[in-house]
Design a protein around this ligand. Structure first.
Ligand code: F6P
Length: 567
């Protein structure tokens, strides 16, 4: 069995700790939860729903959100034991460390202060002798200035024409958050800025630019290079292609192009200068903002361009309200704490390692991809905060899709497959108020499907009789746990709150699992190997490569040779 399978086959309880230090599974609460999970083993969700007040008991309504946990495989005892685990793992003190700028990102020796990006001006927070809030607002003010210049046609391209197209070039956290927000909140764009088109380009192979550029007028197109490090090859490759296109179309010197057509949103001003973005076109943030937590910073500039700076501030406000809730609300009714603990229960005690994200709202189509990065890049770890290898499960595999589309794709597996899967259903109670009857009834239809699916997943359906025979293939076992998150309405504020809710959920789980959610060392090695292989593709040395990589490179070279010969 290889190492990966070994890992997957591990039982959390069986393994002894690798050092003197106590592991989470040695906590009293953990052991208690294990015993409790054993006792609940034969209990089906439909048994739990025998209690008439289950919804009242396991749903919490706070801050424009209703969190319904009643379709989770829990009892009151489960929740109180999970809260005990949070206490034993000192969650309250970790939350304070997070908000006050302690170096919670130990491997990189820095704070993770995305919450400071949502603080109002005047709510001072000091870090290493600097007033963080002041810096945050100075940076947002510069962003506002540039946004206004572009929206009011003061910013001009190389021929003096106003900007019509904005292309955000970035990847991961420098793409997913802003792109998702623009898709989700488009309807809130004020009429006076609707003439601006905002596009997103991320893939390193150039396929998005190849399609997009021929449709744009170069003289009226502005690129935002969004990159915290300003060293991500994917982004730099796309930025170089974009600049080449502008230079060719304009026949202007590169300085003019850089000045009129490129803005950088970055935490690495020197690298941006070296590439050619002048200081006045730079919007800065800080190394204490993780890439996947950066949409609240100047990385959010495309959002402000698309829906306006006021709406961008509303997003920040909604996240700030969720921050205060997370920091102050008792854990029993604290949304991120409950969401995080339920995930731990499913992963570590019910051994469910797949998590489907199912928004019943086309506006949130990109939410699953956003969460894939947020959750898996944060908590996909097997080393604890002390650098020890751990032997219990952490982040599950997440994926998802707009729920109603997923019904016609992978719900078959959810209902009748062999995998236990936990699901998050996300839906708004209200939509299309004041719109046509047709749209309003489409919302009802979508809501009905959302409720139907979570109900069927929980309760199952007995086999139907066919020709007097029980048809097994029509049987739905049920007992698949799910959470429903119902927003009153999707607005910039609730959108901000929803994202912050999941950010904090991820933090809660990291505390229970004793891992650092703010680094991502697992993505580094691949970048280095790719650099080596790029050289190999250009000039093969056959040195030290495995047979598969070598074989594939030879095949590519042969194909090129064949093509060249034909040409
Ligand atoms: O490679 C992973 C990663 O570092 C993510 O964490 C990050 O969001 C993305 O790349 C982009 O990084 P940057 O903003 O520095 O270009």
């Amino acid at each position: 069995m290889n190492n990966r399978n070994d890992k997957a086959g591990l039982s959390d309880a069986d393994v002894s700790p690798t050092s003197e230090k106590r592991m989470p599974f040695e906590c009293q609460a953990w052991l208690g939860l294990q015993k409790h999970a054993d006792e609940l083993k034969g209990v089906h969700l439909k048994d739990l729903f025998q209690s008439a007040n289950r919804f009242d008991e396991f749903s919490v309504s706070q801050q424009h959100f209703l969190l319904d946990l009643s379709k989770q495989r829990i009892t009151g005892e489960t929740l109180s034991k999970l809260l005990g685990l949070a206490e034993e793992q000192k969650l309250a003190s970790w939350i304070e460390k997070l908000f006050t700028g302690e170096k919670v990102n130990a491997s990189e020796q820095r704070a993770a202060l995305h919450t400071a990006l949502r603080q109002r001006a005047g709510e001072d927070l000091w870090l290493d002798g600097q007033n963080v809030t002041e810096g945050v607002h100075a940076s947002l003010n510069k962003m506002k200035l540039l946004v206004e210049q572009i929206q009011s046609a003061q910013w001009r391209g190389y021929e003096g024409s106003p900007i019509k197209n904005i292309v955000n070039i970035g990847v991961g956290g420098s793409n997913l958050g802003p792109s998702m927000a623009c898709g989700a909140l488009e309807q809130y764009a004020p009429a006076e800025i609707r003439h601006l088109n905002v596009y997103f380009v991320s893939s390193m192979d150039g396929s998005e630019l190849e399609k997009l550029l021929p449709t744009l007028n170069p003289a009226a197109t502005l690129f935002i290079i969004s990159s915290k490090t300003f060293s991500t090859v994917d982004t730099l490759a796309n930025a170089n292609t974009a600049r080449e296109w502008l230079l060719k179309a304009s026949k202007k010197p590169v300085e003019i192009i850089n000045q009129h057509h490129f803005i950088a949103a970055t935490a690495s001003p020197k690298a941006a200068i070296a590439w050619g973005v002048p200081e006045k076109n730079q919007l800065l943030f800080w190394d204490w903002v993780g890439g996947r937590y950066s949409l609240w910073s100047v990385i959010g500039m495309p959002i402000a361009l698309k829906i306006g700076m006021d709406n961008f501030h509303k997003i920040l406000k909604g996240a700030g309200i969720m921050d205060a809730h997370f920091r102050e609300e008792p854990f029993e009714t604290n949304l991120p704490v409950l969401l995080g603990l339920i995930g731990v229960w499913n992963v570590n005690f019910l051994r469910i390692h797949a998590h489907a994200i199912l928004p019943y709202d086309g506006r949130l189509a990109q939410f699953p991809s956003y969460l894939e990065q947020l959750e898996m890049e944060s908590n996909g770890k097997s080393i604890n905060r002390d650098g020890q290898r751990i032997n219990y499960q952490t982040c599950p595999v997440l994926w998802g899709e707009v729920g109603s589309n997923a019904q016609h794709a992978f719900y078959q597996l959810l209902h009748q497959g062999t995998q236990a899967v936990m699901c998050d259903f996300i839906v708004s109670a209200k939509r299309y108020c004041g719109e046509t009857d047709g749209l309003q009834s489409q919302h009802q239809l979508s809501l009905a499907n959302c409720l139907a699916q979570s109900r069927l997943l929980a309760l199952g359906a007995d086999a139907l009789k066919k020709n007097g025979q029980t048809a097994n293939y029509q049987h739905y076992d049920g007992n698949q746990p799910s959470t429903t998150i119902m927003l009153d309405e999707l607005t910039p504020e609730t959108f901000g709150g929803l994202i912050a809710l999941y950010e904090h959920k991820v933090f809660v789980q990291s505390v229970i699992w004793e891992i650092n959610p703010f680094d991502q060392w697992g993505v580094e090695q691949g970048k280095q190997v790719a650099t080596l292989l790029l050289a190999e593709l250009v000039q093969s040395s056959d040195d030290g490569l495995d047979a598969s990589t070598n074989g594939l490179i030879q095949y590519v070279r042969q194909q090129h040779k064949g093509g060249d010969d034909e040409g």
